[in-house]
Design a protein around this ligand. Structure first.
Ligand code: WTA
Length: 704
């Protein structure tokens, strides 16, 4: 069992040597209009001004009651921001823009089928829809402030409407990524204690209309099995008045939202004035154990943080047309499709489908047609667009001032394509490093003031002071060429408040490792452990190397090895399972599963398919392994732990390191020979890993 304070092997101190990339300067035209163009801002947010510097972010919001204490550290590490303040997040994202921008587009929704019309939702229209849905949640579902409600919604405008309706009531929303399975959704319903599930009948992705409602039935069953009853399932219909799901509506449980809304026509619900520290939403993420962590985000601190970072790092002005091509089912979408952009009163574009459907020009056609000037996406999408349409951007007349990359390390060559071809050399690029737990950006460049460097996210953002520690808590100096664990020395307003229902785990995972004194109420004694390996160059820029815990980042989705393994173990022939990452050209990392079978069981194709099926059922198609290998035995330590790093080395055709101390060293060559021959026979072309990739594989699972 892994514990955060156990000292893993010395491999944490990986020496990393890459060529220092050249800086890119922001275009003069960008600087001339930037929200943060005066270098004074860096001084205003330096450590000497902490924590009061964040008043500047809080003042972007409208408060019902102004706060008296910026940061309360009396119960570390349960930090409380803007104590005494009261506000409503929905009011801040919708109502307050009506006076000046009533008929401006708040959301522009682009359906995947290209012949279906784009839907523009003005602030006035959003206000109306949010109020009606809030009335439904309150009066029909009986939801009250502090209750939880789970959404399992894809990229439809009803998702932000539902989020804002909850925020209006002070109800805590918990959106589960639409691509997750019904079982994964059910588990999160049970963990959060939701009685209400909001879903849809279907949605389009890659030209296919998915039957999404079928997952709701499974979610309800799973939650029920875990002791949580779901009273009502609210079903939005993707096509007006027509249900495309084949699963029957369950009488008394399932309701079409459009039919219910008729009774709440023109309803107005007063926004509930919430304390700054009231939870706004939960967002589940993966970690070391199989149980997902419900990251609890606050109302005041979170909203202030996403508004501030949207303004200065995304450079959002109210008149921009901003498009974050990510999924609202992840933290990026919550912070930088919905809450941040709407708090600033801009126009936020939402696209339903796959970025390369029906062809590699789709994204650029949307950008041209809508006049998008800020674009935000993940390296996995950039790699795919580059591969499928390397010169496609040339064909479209769009002009971006600003582009963001988020979620995974970006290779410098891919970065350069993004900047030169996708951005036509006209846009500034920010690489933003952060996590579900963080609410908003942690490492990035202030676009008009700090030059870009491909492959590096940049220094800590305003008011965030990162540091790299080795396993013993010594600082790894900038420019030393050594990697270590990136931590944040101070609290910031966007930090999550706790893991829902698991406060001890919150302290243990994120703070125990480097806490200097558990009795101290001084924030300086409580560095936040991010779980990423990183290197800091002499100029202070960080290069993020990837997770140091048991998480595999597939196309920007965090998958826990334990979740993958426990899904595999639901196949009764399987006795042991190990998940490892393989370097993947498009998705960054892919998953390979190794399984050993119960004694006397013959390996069959059916078992391999059953493992894949179990993973899709328990987690979702996004977690589908690239390969499932059945092995006679796993490489193990003498105490019986599976050595994932050895298996990962085999899967990646890289060095497996020293195996002489294993309990069964002979198995390594046997597995290597068999698996690598099978891969070569399938046409896999091994490529030399970069030094950083090799270091990541070599240290995978080292916390065990
Ligand atoms: C990784 C996504 C390199 C990192 C917002 C982190 C990144 C995990 C970057 C969090 C980046 C995120 N460069 N790596 N710019 N951004 N990561 O919770 O390993 O889905 O810990 O949050 O993604 O993923 P999550």
């Amino acid at each position: 069992m892994t514990t955060a304070h156990e000292s893993p092997a010395s491999e944490a101190e990986i020496s990393v040597h890459w060529r220092e990339e050249d800086y890119y300067q922001p275009p003069a035209k960008f600087i001339a209009q930037a929200n943060a163009a005066d270098p004074d801002i860096l001084g205003r947010f330096d450590e000497g001004h902490f924590p009061d510097c964040f008043k500047e972010y809080a003042d972007l919001l409208s408060w019902d009651a102004y706060w008296h204490t910026t940061l309360d550290t009396s119960n570390p590490p349960f930090w409380r921001w803007f104590v005494g303040g009261r506000l409503n997040a929905c009011y801040n994202c919708v109502d307050r823009h009506l006076a000046t921008d009533r008929n401006k587009a708040a959301l522009i929704w682009v359906p995947e089928p290209e012949d279906e019309p784009t839907r523009t939702i003005t602030y006035q229209e959003l206000y109306r829809q949010v109020n009606e849905f809030a009335a439904l949640l309150r009066d029909f579902c009986g939801l009250r402030t502090g209750d939880r409600v789970t959404f399992h919604l894809p990229m439809v405008p009803e998702l932000p409407v539902a989020m804002l309706a909850c925020a209006r009531l002070g109800v805590i929303h918990s959106e589960v990524f639409g691509g997750f399975s019904g079982a994964a959704c059910g588990e999160r319903i049970a963990d959060s204690g939701s009685r209400i599930l909001v879903t849809t009948d279907g949605y389009y992705r890659n030209g296919q209309l998915f039957d999404h409602k079928a997952k709701a039935d499974e979610a309800v069953r799973t939650a029920d099995g875990l002791g949580q009853q779901v009273d009502k399932v609210l079903v939005w219909r993707r096509h007006a008045g027509r249900c495309t799901s084949r699963t029957p509506m369950v009488d008394g449980r399932d309701f079409f939202v459009d039919e219910l809304l008729a009774e709440h026509h023109r309803a107005v619900v007063e926004p509930v004035s919430m304390p700054a520290e009231a939870p706004l939403f939960l967002m589940y993420t993966s970690g070391t154990t199989a149980r997902p962590k419900g990251c609890q985000h606050s109302t005041g601190g979170y909203l202030a943080y996403v508004a501030g970072t949207s303004k200065y790092y995304q450079d959002i002005h109210p008149e921009d047309t901003y498009w974050c091509c990510a999924d609202i089912g992840w933290i990026t979408g919550h912070s930088y499709i919905v809450y941040g952009p709407l708090a600033l009163g801009t126009t936020s574009v939402i696209y339903e489908g796959a970025p390369t459907y029906p062809d590699a020009g789709r994204v650029w056609r949307i950008a041209e047609r809508l006049g998008v000037n800020i674009f935000h996406t993940a390296p996995t999408t950039i790699r795919m667009l580059r591969k499928l349409g390397p010169r496609e951007p040339d064909r479209y007349d769009y002009h971006l001032k600003h582009m963001t990359t988020v979620g995974e390390p970006i290779e410098p060559e891919v970065w350069r394509w993004y900047h030169d071809v996708a951005g036509k050399g006209e846009a500034v690029v920010v690489d933003t490093w952060w996590q579900t737990e963080n609410g908003g950006f942690l490492g990035s460049t202030l676009p008009a003031l700090q030059p870009m460097k491909p492959g590096s996210c940049g220094p800590g953002v305003l008011g965030v002071y990162p540091v790299i520690y080795d396993e013993n808590g010594n600082i790894v100096e900038a420019g030393s060429g050594k990697a270590g664990n990136i931590c944040i020395r101070n609290p910031w307003p966007g930090i999550f408040q706790t893991i829902w229902g698991q406060p001890e785990r919150f302290v243990q995972i994120y703070y125990a490792k480097y806490c200097r004194n558990p009795a101290s109420t001084d924030w300086r004694d409580w560095p936040y452990f991010a779980g990423d390996g990183a290197v800091q160059a002499a100029d202070g820029y960080f290069r993020i190397l990837g997770r140091v815990d048991d998480v595999i980042n597939v196309a920007g989705h965090r998958l826990g090895t334990k979740e993958l393994e426990s899904a595999s173990l639901t196949v009764h022939e399987v006795s042991e399972a190990a998940a490892v990452p393989v370097i993947d050209e498009i998705r960054g990392r892919a998953v390979e599963m190794y399984v050993a079978l119960q004694p006397g069981t013959a390996p069959t194709e059916a078992i391999r398919q059953a493992v894949t099926g179990a993973i899709e059922r328990e987690i979702g198609k996004i977690a589908r392994p690239k390969n499932v290998w059945i092995v006679d035995d796993m490489p193990k330590t003498r105490s019986g732990k599976i050595m994932r790093r050895v298996i990962a080395g085999i899967s990646n055709f890289s060095d497996v390191g020293d195996v002489s101390t294993l309990a069964n060293p002979e198995i390594v060559d046997e597995i290597r020979h068999r698996i690598q021959s099978a891969k070569l026979a399938h046409g896999e072309v091994p490529r030399q890993l970069t030094r950083e990739e090799a270091a990541e594989i070599r240290s995978f699972g080292r916390n065990e």
